[in-house]
Write a protein that binds this ligand. Structure first.
Ligand code: ZN
Length: 77
């Protein structure tokens, strides 16, 4: 004997419109100038250059300052 259950469709609640989400939306909507690095995590454009190595074998990486201050090492592209 089978008991057929029907699933009822409920209205999905929209994503919470928190202040943080609003900031993310604004950052994403901003035009992105070319050749200007931007942090993929927080959207910040302030970076410091970290150098690894010496002489001709130096590797440079741009690290997001805002993320770095929060203990996150994010390399910007
Ligand atoms: Zn960042």
């Amino acid at each position: 004997m089978t008991d057929k259950r029907r699933f009822t469709v409920i209205d999905g609640t929209p994503a919470p419109d928190t202040p943080a989400e609003q900031v993310r939306k604004r950052v994403r909507a901003m035009p992105r100038p070319k050749a200007m690095p931007q942090c993929g995590r927080c959207g910040g454009r302030e970076y410091i250059e970290a150098k690894i190595g010496i002489g001709k074998s130096v590797t440079k990486q741009k690290l997001c300052v805002l993320c770095l201050m929060q203990g996150q090492r994010v390399v910007m592209g």
